[in-house]
Design a protein around this ligand. Structure first.
Ligand code: ATP
Ligand code: MG
Ligand code: MG
Ligand code: MG
Length: 476
């Protein structure tokens, strides 16, 4: 089943069951606590928090998402992308646990010729939060899932909160068994590559008090109105329904792998390392295209930095694969060719998107060679003096003068057996930022209000170069 059909079925299934179809919001979150949208619930947050009265009791969407913290997983696991689409259904004080569980089961297991996705019920494994007897009872008694295929997990996996006082509650995840070729049996608690998580149901039922992080806080009591927030990864379901082994081999990705192999001459399937690089390129070019499409431009702060880091990582992986000239335009053309059906604005905006991407590629290619020389020299010097750690100064110089994102320096140093003094690097970054802030303060004139964007960039500034600010806290 094609990705477009998965999406169509999702929306019409929930629309037929009283949900209002809400189009995907931009990846640029309308929320000062987030850089980018990491989950389908973000546009509905004011309803969940009780700040705005929901205009409808039920909604459904297919939301564009970016999760930078998953960047290290990309290409290594079969199921993580920095960009993906989250299909969701939401209830605002309307149906709750039993309603959500029954809807999910019906859509997944109804045969394809009757409008569902036709998954074999015997391959579905359920996880529930360790204390959530009610969810387990519904899965077992109402839906009929045998107890052996229901597992209990702790706070880390199966309890949701935003990390601050407000709504919270247990989750229940639906996982698909891809069979023994993906490793040992034992359910999702044991093997998350074989039993791949496809859908998470969040039951917002409690009020969270103060506390620390996401797993150390007090529960104050029941929420007056209970909500449902669910998220299913469209690409993960496509991977299963299209019978491919990896999220990057589905209909809306494979052509990018093919294009990258054409541009480099490296065949997909030849070797583990080059396969990882091909998947990294594919993921990152998809993400870059979608980010530029939504108006992000490369830069050294906030979202711009997320984009820069992702583009530069993709370009460098293309060089590792053997590309020598520019590659970005052709890769982006391929992405638009596949994603344009779903997102026609990519087609009408093609020229601008390519222009932004090309400028970044040119800038990076100009400095890549010089930066690589500096890095190689620094590595040799460090080794010659018996050291194993590249100094924070060098990492900062590479960042500041040669536009090397820190993870690029980390990767390139690691390839030569060195680690990097990240703490020293961060300290220098912080000092630079403080200098810039002091300068800006000094220059403030009559029209000092640079508006919300500045604030976002500043609030994200502390940690944006490791890219973790935009996605912690918000997953469904
Ligand atoms: P995982 O445990 O596999 O990392 P998750 O628990 O972090 O997933 P959720 O926050 O529950 O994911 O998001 C809801 C759904 O979105 C998941 O069940 C999955 O299908 C999909 N999803 C999450 N992260 C990614 C990703 N990086 N790439 C593709 N799909 C994803
Ligand atoms: Mg995750
Ligand atoms: Mg999970
Ligand atoms: Mg989950």
């Amino acid at each position: 089943m094609e990705s477009a059909e998965i999406r169509r079925r999702w929306l019409s299934f929930f629309e037929e069951r009283g949900h209002t179809v809400v189009p995907s919001a931009s990846l640029i979150a309308d929320d000062p606590t987030l850089l980018l949208v990491p989950a389908g619930m973000v546009p509905f947050k004011p309803y969940f928090l009780g700040e705005v009265k929901p205009p409808f009791p039920r909604a459904t969407s297919v939301q564009k998402c970016v999760r930078t913290p998953d960047i290290e997983e990309v290409g290594k696991t079969t199921r993580h992308g920095t960009f993906f689409q989250m299909c969701g259904n939401f209830s605002f004080g309307d149906y709750f646990k039993e309603g959500a569980i029954k809807l999910a089961w019906e859509l997944l297991t109804t045969p394809q010729d009757k409008g569902g996705y036709g998954l074999d019920p015997e391959r579905l494994w359920i996880t529930v939060y360790k204390d959530d007897d009610e969810a387990e009872r519904i899965w077992h008694e109402v839906v009929g899932v045998p107890k052996e295929r229901i597992q209990r997990l702790g706070m880390k996996d199966n309890f949701w909160s935003m990390g601050v006082p407000g709504p919270c509650g247990p989750c229940s995840e639906i996982n698909y068994d891809r069979g023994p070729e993906f490793g040992v049996e034992g359910g999702p608690a044991v093997n998350d590559e074989r039993y791949v998580e496809i859908w998470n149901l969040v039951f917002m039922q409690y009020e969270r008090g103060e506390g620390i992080g996401k797993d150390n806080f007090e529960i104050l009591g029941d929420l007056p109105s209970k909500n449902i927030d669910t998220g299913l990864g469209l690409e993960r379901l496509a991977m299963i329904l299209q019978g491919v082994r990896n999220m990057y081999e589905i209909d809306t990705s494979m052509a990018v792998i093919d294009k990258a192999t054409e541009l480099t001459g490296v065949r997909y399937g030849d070797a583990h390392d080059s396969d990882v690089s091909l998947r990294v390129v594919t993921d990152h070019m998809r993400t870059a295209t979608m980010l530029i499409g939504d108006g992000v431009t490369p830069g050294n702060e906030g979202r711009g930095y997320v984009l820069r880091r992702i583009m530069r990582r993709a370009i460098r992986n293309m060089r590792l694969l053997g590309a020598t000239g520019p590659v970005v335009k052709e890769l982006i053309d391929t992405v638009i060719g596949m994603m344009g059906q779903q997102y026609p604005e990519l087609i009408t905006d093609r020229e601008r998107i390519e222009k932004v991407a090309l400028a970044e590629e040119n800038a990076f290619l100009k400095t890549l060679k010089a930066g690589t020389n500096i890095l190689d020299t620094a590595v040799s010097e460090t080794k010659a003096s018996g050291g194993t750690v590249l100094s924070g100064d060098k990492a900062f110089l590479l960042h500041d003068t040669w536009g090397f994102p820190i993870d690029l320096t980390l990767e390139m140093a690691a390839e030569q057996g060195l680690s990097v003094d990240e703490e020293g690097f961060r300290r220098l970054m912080k000092e630079q930022r403080e200098r810039a802030k002091a300068d800006a303060q000094a220059k403030k004139t009559g029209h000092a209000d640079l508006g919300a964007y500045r604030e976002i960039a500043d609030s994200a500034g502390e940690t944006d170069f490791i890219g973790y600010t935009d996605t912690e806290g918000e997953s469904t």
